[in-house]
Design a binder for this molecule. Structure first.
Ligand code: DX5
Ligand code: ZN
Length: 217
């Protein structure tokens, strides 16, 4: 399976967001990763619905929305109607996991569920047959540019093992600290969708950086 690259615009120049989205498209990124932070679920505030609406008007690329907010069920409708293609929420965020997945699907969108580094992946096993993607956080959510947490590799491998055992092909996404050094490791352990922010937007040649994430190892 070819690796999918999702560019996190948290590290883009937000005054030149359209330009940076086009840069990511030209560099060969498959998705734009849109991080929503509410200052409650995580200790940071990013951007939300109005920005997503504007972004969806200037690009046809897949919009991969990562909700780091409490009570995601309250906002699914608005994100779905603002251009999200994939909506990922956190298992730890306080809404009923099954209900949120069903709601996302009712708008014809793909549903992802994420776990923070200290949450075991096994909490998601009861939902695997209705999830379109699992996001294993490889840093504590909240900020770009943090160091990769090595212990999360075992979680990726454990989840991949469970999926293989069940003959399922749910893609595993990883997010946080992904670069030329960590990409081969996460892929080796079973991840197929790589989110990268600072590594891509900080690269002199973004296309080369995308190729490195995709092909190396
Ligand atoms: C962090 C966000 C990430 C972040 C990744 O909570 O979910 O998407 O932008 O940034 P890097 O790739 O710089 O670690
Ligand atoms: Zn993210």
């Amino acid at each position: 399976m070819d690796t999918i690259i999702s560019a996190s615009i948290l590290s883009a120049d937000l005054c030149n967001l359209e330009r940076d989205i086009k840069r990511a498209e030209k560099a060969g990124c498959d998705y734009i990763h849109f991080d929503v932070m509410d200052g409650v679920f995580v200790n940071n505030i990013s951007y939300g619905i109005p920005v997503l609406k504007s972004v969806s008007k200037v690009t046809d690329i897949v919009l991969d929305v990562h909700l780091m907010i409490v009570d995601p069920i309250k906002y699914i409708k608005q994100f779905a109607e603002s251009g999200a293609d994939i909506i990922t929420f956190h298992y730890e965020a306080g809404s009923d996991c099954g209900e949120v997945i069903d709601l996302i699907h009712s708008y014809g969108k793909k549903a992802g569920v994420s776990v923070k580094p200290n949450t075991p992946v096994s909490v998601l096993y009861p939902y695997l047959d209705k999830i379109d993607m699992v996001l294993v956080m490889t840093v504590e959510p909240g900020f770009g540019g943090q160091g990769f947490i090595t212990e999360t590799l075992d979680k990726i491998a454990e989840l991949k093992g469970e999926l293989d055992k069940r003959n399922m092909t749910v893609p595993i996404q990883v997010d946080g600290g992904i670069n030329d050094k960590t990409a081969p490791k996460v892929k080796e352990n079973g991840a197929s969708i790589l989110v990268a922010g600072s590594y891509l937007f900080g690269a002199e040649d973004m296309k080369k950086a995308v190729d490195v994430l995709r092909d190396r190892f």
